[in-house]
Design a protein. Structure first.
Length: 259
């Protein structure tokens, strides 16, 4: 579904790079079929299944990407047809673009899978009505309200609630920040770590409200908290907050050195 929503974008001036954290042969077969049928440029970075290593897989995917601009999404997010073109219209030197996500609730998600519904084909007006009736949240993200450049830039140094399920960043800025910190394993806060370090490096936040929300399908959220109630990634992020560091403990350069 995610790949098909990319196939239906209103621009083809992009490549797809899949960050694969140790999936099995059926995923590779699906990607190969999609590449052949869609005619799109599709690259596939794969790493061994050695725990939940999202940061490392994303770094590896950037290593095989060829574009000057990176748009990150997640494997549980479908895109409306103007997603890529809307991001590209907002791209600006010295800024990263923080998009929004609209959560599709559990029962609607179950129905979507059961009936194989192509929800990414549905118009924004329908999604607005579905959100108003509780099928998903943030209904007004589907309304193309005019937003001034000043308003988009009203929170230039805020890292809060910026997530890599919908994030645009220049490749050169990603590399300058040395990418994601691969010491973050398990779910959570690797995106906050990355964004905070970009801000410390001098980049600024630009909000993508009302242009390019992703449709985030429901799934149970995995926990990375240990038995004693400690979230290791929280401890790592707290240490970053206490410092002035803008480089990761181990990042993009280390990922690509490992191969």
């Amino acid at each position: 579904m995610v790949l098909d929503s990319l196939r239906l974008q209103n621009t083809r001036d992009f490549e797809i790079v899949i960050a694969d954290d140790g999936s099995r042969q059926e995923t590779k077969d699906l990607i190969d079929r999609f590449r052949q049928e869609s005619g799109l440029t599709v690259k596939h970075f794969w790493q061994d299944d050695d725990g939940y290593r999202l940061s490392r897989s994303r770094n590896g995917a950037v290593g095989v990407a060829s574009g000057k601009y990176l748009i990150f999404i997640d494997g549980d997010c479908c895109l409306l047809p103007d997603f890529v073109s809307s991001h590209l219209a907002l791209a600006e030197e010295g800024w990263f673009v923080a998009g929004r996500r609209c959560y599709v609730r559990r029962k609607p998600t179950e129905r979507i899978f059961r009936k194989s519904l192509a929800i990414y084909r549905w118009p924004k007006a329908l999604w607005f009505l579905l959100a108003l009736t509780g099928r998903c949240n943030r209904p007004f993200q589907f309304v193309p309200l005019p937003v001034s450049d000043q308003k988009r830039k009203r929170r230039p140094t805020s890292w809060e609630k910026v997530q890599t399920c919908n994030l645009g960043v220049w490749r050169k800025d990603f590399i300058a920040a040395d990418g994601f910190d691969i010491s973050f394993e398990g779910h959570g806060l690797e995106d906050s770590d990355f964004v905070l370090r970009m801000i410390r490096m001098g980049l600024r936040r630009k909000d993508g409200d009302h242009t390019s929300p992703v449709l985030h399908l429901y799934h149970p959220r995995r926990s990375s908290t240990t038995e004693d109630g400690v979230h290791p990634n929280r401890l790592r992020f707290d240490e970053l907050m206490k410092s002035e560091r803008y480089l990761p403990l181990s990042g993009y350069a280390d990922t690509n050195a490992e191969g």
